[in-house]
Structures are given as structure tokens and as C-alpha cells.
Design a protein around this ligand. Structure first.
Ligand code: G3H
Length: 318
């Protein structure tokens, strides 16, 4: 991960001045989607880059020690060695950026990765994920417990009630407390943009989260009815750019929720490159939060290497 964002004192004047031009955002999102995507070996290289940016996620009520173990093994070796060998990438340490689980499953993930001799980061969602509607003391305790169990990244959810009622200072204070509870663990703030109503709220929530010291801002929990979208991403990455120009601190971006296809991962990488530049194109500043994206990326890499799509039994861990 990148150097941490220390945050800054809340600047309410900056927050109150925010206006977002909806039509300009929609146009830019369209434009990004119409950019020609890389083909052949360049596409394979971009897909491997996308793999290294995935927070491989399981967030189910039915998660157990064994499916978390399988997730961890997949994260450590996300693409079969033979396929990597055909791309001369077998020794390049291709792995996902992190695994992402519920707080109660952090210890399982840490144990599995340790047994596999891997230092892959474990990210935990926290603070009453996904709704965030639990008392503040419980949300803080959850962060501390996840970190004590070995999470080195914590994906907190912001308080949408405070955002929707314009209580930006109160939201800032909560996020600062979450950051303190994280200690050395890096903090990603989930805005749940599908519940924020307007692009202006999305921009303001992005800004306040960064002012409060978020290391990443993340679109969604994956549980809202609308999750990661390109227009919302344009608003968030522009806030990241403005914050960087104002403070010199680079904050990462994590789209999450509903990202399922290799093609979409290429569009997300294109968006990052076009809007924030190549510096933001690695796992230190870009993550894709996804539970099932990897399977399609693997299929496409298999197709590139062999010229055909795999039968179900050929990628059994996908
Ligand atoms: O943070 C990650 C998301 O919860 C994953 O959402 P997904 O299951 O739609 O890929």
C-alpha cells in the first residue's frame, strides 16, 4: 500500500462550495467506455494487472473456515501456473492485492495465509457493514477486534444518515475515530454511493472521508441496489485529484460491487489511467472489490493462451 494519508482539519468552506455538473460527468463516463480496449498480448498483460489489484472477497452469511481457506489459496495463486508459464510470468509473483472478509472470519484468513507462508494482506469490512446502523461504540470495537485478529486493512462504511442530512463535521469526527481505531491498518472508506442520492453528496462524502484520513475511498458494499458505476467513479476520482492537488497526498480508489467481467476490469483500469494517470495503476492506489470477477479474467487468459474457452473442470478453483 502507498504512504498513508494523514488527513487534514475539516474544511467546511471547501465542502459547502462543492457543485457537480451532472451532464459533464455522464458525458465523461460515456467517453471512457468508448475508448478502445487493449487486444491480444496487451490485453493479457492488462488482465494480469487487474488480477493484482483485486481484493478477492467473500462476504456471505454462510462463510465458513473452509470457503475462506479456499479463497485465500486462490488469492495466493489466482492464475494457474501453467497459464502463467505460457505468458513467461510464472516467477513474477502474480497474486491478488488482498482477501476481504467479515470481521469474524479474519482469524481464519490470517491462519490460512500463514500456513501457506504468504504475507498477503487480510482486509476486514467493519463498522456495522453494510448498513452502518449500529452504535458508534460497537462500530469502533469491531474495528479494534478485526485489527487485533490480524487485519492489516479495514474497509469501514460511512454513516449515510449523517451524509444525507448534511452533518459533515459529525461524519468527519466518526471517520477520524475509525482511523484511530485502525492503528497501523490502512483504512478504506466505503461511501455506499447508491444510497447518497446526488453526485454532489458523493463528492462531499469523498472529500470529508479523505480529510478524515482515509487511505482509500470505495464506492459500495456490494449490498446496495446500485453499486459501482462509472459516473460515480468519475466524481470520486475527481475528488481524489482535487484532494491531491490541495494536500499532496495520494488517496486510492476502490470500485466494488457487481464487477463481474474481464471487460469491465479493463474499463476500470482505463478510467484510472485516463483520470488519475499511470501512478494510480497499481494495488497501492487501486483495488477492484469483487467476489466473482477473477473467474472471468481466468477464462479470458485461458482463451488467450490456448485459443479456446476452458471446460468447467479445467479451471476447477475459479
Ligand atoms: O467489497 C466487495 C464487494 O462486496 C463485492 O461485491 P460482489 O460480490 O458484487 O463482487
Amino acid at each position: 500500500m502507498s504512504v498513508r494519508n494523514p488527513g487534514m482539519k475539516i474544511d467546511l468552506e471547501w465542502v459547502s462550495k462543492v457543485r457537480v455538473n451532472t451532464q459533464a460527468v455522464l458525458n465523461r463516463a460515456q467517453q471512457i467506455q468508448s475508448i478502445k480496449l487493449a487486444k491480444k498480448q496487451w490485453q493479457a498483460a492488462w488482465l494480469l494487472k487487474a488480477v493484482t489489484c483485486i481484493d478477492l472477497t467473500t462476504l456471505g452469511g454462510d462463510d465458513t473456515q473452509s470457503n475462506v481457506h479456499r479463497l485465500c489459496m486462490k488469492a495466493v495463486q489466482p492464475v494457474p501456473r501453467e497459464l502463467l508459464g505460457s505468458l513467461a510470468m510464472q516467477d513474477k509473483g502474480v497474486r491478488t492485492a488482498a482477501v476481504c472478509v467479515y470481521p469474524s472470519r479474519v482469524a481464519d484468513a490470517v491462519r490460512s495465509l500463514k500456513a501457506a507462508n504468504s504475507n498477503l494482506p487480510v482486509a476486514s469490512v467493519a463498522t456495522g457493514f453494510p448498513a452502518g446502523q449500529t452504535p458508534l461504540r460497537a462500530r469502533l470495537e469491531e474495528v479494534r477486534a478485526a485489527v487485533a485478529d490480524g487485519a492489516s486493512e479495514v474497509d469501514i462504511v460511512i454513516n449515510r444518515t449523517l451524509a444525507l442530512t448534511g452533518q459533515w463535521e459529525a461524519m468527519y469526527d466518526e471517520i477520524r475515530q475509525f482511523r484511530e481505531a485502525c492503528g497501523d491498518a490502512h483504512m478504506k472508506s466505503i461511501l455506499a454511493t447508491g444510497e447518497l442520492g446526488t453526485f454532489t453528496n458523493v463528492y462531499k462524502a469523498s472529500l470529508v472521508s479523505m480529510m478524515a484520513g482515509s487511505d482509500f475511498i470505495k464506492t459500495s458494499t456490494g449490498k446496495e441496489s446500485v453499486n459501482a458505476t462509472y459516473p460515480v467513479a468519475i466524481v470520486m476520482v475527481r475528488a481524489i485529484r482535487d484532494y491531491f492537488l490541495h494536500t499532496g497526498h495520494k488517496v486510492g480508489f476502490k470500485p466494488a460491487g457487481g464487477i463481474r467481467t474481464a471487460q469491465e476490469s479493463l474499463v476500470w483500469l482505463t478510467l484510472m489511467k485516463e483520470e488519475l494517470g499511470p501512478q494510480w495503476l497499481g494495488p497501492h492506489l487501486f483495488r477492484l472489490g469483487a467476489s466473482s470477477l477473477l473467474a472471468d479474467i481466468e477464462r479470458q487468459i485461458f482463451h488467450y493462451v490456448t485459443g479456446r474457452y476452458p471446460a468447467l473442470n479445467e479451471l476447477p478453483m475459479a
